[in-house]
Design a protein around this ligand. Structure first.
Ligand SMILES: Nc1ncnc2c1ncn2[C@@H]1O[C@H](COP(=O)(O)OP(=O)(O)OP(=O)(O)O)[C@@H](O)[C@H]1O
Ligand SMILES: [Mg+2]
Length: 313
């Protein structure tokens, strides 16, 4: 199952992505954390890197070439775009699978397997946007065959930027982290409106709650979408200062359990995932990619493809 953490800048997306990933990993569940933010801080939040990950964004052509496999509808790596859906012949991956992509790009931080998109660097200025790097994550998730009890946790860019591509439709559940402030809940409203339009599940996680008034504020503005909340945490602050000791506070640990239950409580909807993949691909094809590649990229959609496997890498 795939989950994304989104929300206002500074709301706690990276912190909660890291805490949730570690919480899952400690329980023995297979988990992969992905840093999909322009500022790459997830490795640090996970608690140091045992094995630095080679950025996905730096090898986009290689990733495309690998994932297209022998799919005859994709004529060259150049004609594969971030939204190109898998079809018969494409390489489908298992999370943390024994394949070339994971061998190259899988790192480890704080005991958690980690992949990263990479920083937006100087050579990108004026020629690329961060979304092209995130395209590697979109392609990865598009070709992933994951199941219940397996978790992919993605730390996303701040604010409404998270919907600048079809990436926001690649998840089973999106956690929107909101502080009990007007700005925090305004990002929630924006996201809710986009999500509703596409039938995407979101759940709001209140964060840095200090008192009953904070909680009432969130309940008033978020209503039933409020799944749970984390309190302002001395443990998180101490960890941030490099003084990690003991266990996270019981209330906050309990909140992480609620997140997990929310992920586990809905079955994967392969049809919805594939329908969105095709829909966003056709949009991109029409908007820019047909002109850029000189091809009719709608032809990349394989009408006989059955989403969800079997794995072919
Ligand atoms: N529940 C909490 N209690 C105490 N401090 C917290 C809590 N959640 C987050 N923080 C602190 O808030 C700050 C911002 O958190 P974080 O970096 O996770 O936010 P973000 O949403 O990822 O930010 P950005 O938009 O910059 O990526 C950090 O210093 C973090 O330690
Ligand atoms: Mg962050």
């Amino acid at each position: 199952m795939r989950v994304a953490f989104v929300g206002k800048g500074g709301s706690g997306k990276t912190t909660l992505s890291a805490l949730f990933s570690r919480h899952l990993a400690r329980s023995g569940a297979p988990v992969l954390a992905i840093d999909g933010d322009i500022n790459q801080h997830l490795a640090e939040a996970l608690g140091g890197e045992e094995k630095p990950a080679l950025p996905l964004g730096a090898h986009l052509p290689g990733i495309k070439d690998y994932l297209r496999g022998t799919n005859p509808r994709i004529t060259s790596p150049e004609s594969m775009i971030k939204t190109t859906p898998p079809g018969r012949g494409s390489r489908l991956l298992r999370p943390l699978g024994d394949d070339e992509l994971h061998a190259r790009h899988l790192g480890r931080a704080g005991g958690v397997p980690l992949m990263v998109t990479g920083e937006f660097d100087e050579s990108d200025l004026g020629v690329a946007c961060y979304h092209s790097k995130l395209g590697a994550v979109e392609l990865y998730l598009g070709h992933l065959v994951d199941g219940p009890g397996e978790y992919v946790v993605v730390d996303m860019t701040a604010g409404a930027d998270a919907f600048a591509s079809g990436l926001f439709t690649r998840f089973d559940l999106t956690f929107l982290v909101a502080e009990p402030t007007r700005k925090g809940v305004s990002v929630y409203r924006q996201y809710r409106d986009h999500a509703e339009q596409f039938g995407i599940r979101i759940a709001v996680i209140g964060n840095k709650v200090t008192c009953e008034d904070d909680l009432l504020f969130l309940k008033e503005h978020v209503g039933d979408d409020l799944l749970t909340h984390l309190e302002q945490s001395p443990w998180i602050r101490a960890a941030e200062q490099g003084r990690e000791r003991g266990e996270l506070e019981p209330h906050n640990r309990h909140a992480l359990n609620i997140l997990r239950e929310a992920v586990d409580s809905h079955p994967r909807d392969w049809d919805r995932l594939h329908r969105h993949a095709v829909e966003f691909h056709l949009r991109n094809a029409r908007a820019w990619a047909d002109a850029r590649t000189g091809e009719d990229l709608a032809a990349q959609v394989d009408p006989d493809y059955v989403p969800g496997g079997p794995v072919t890498a």
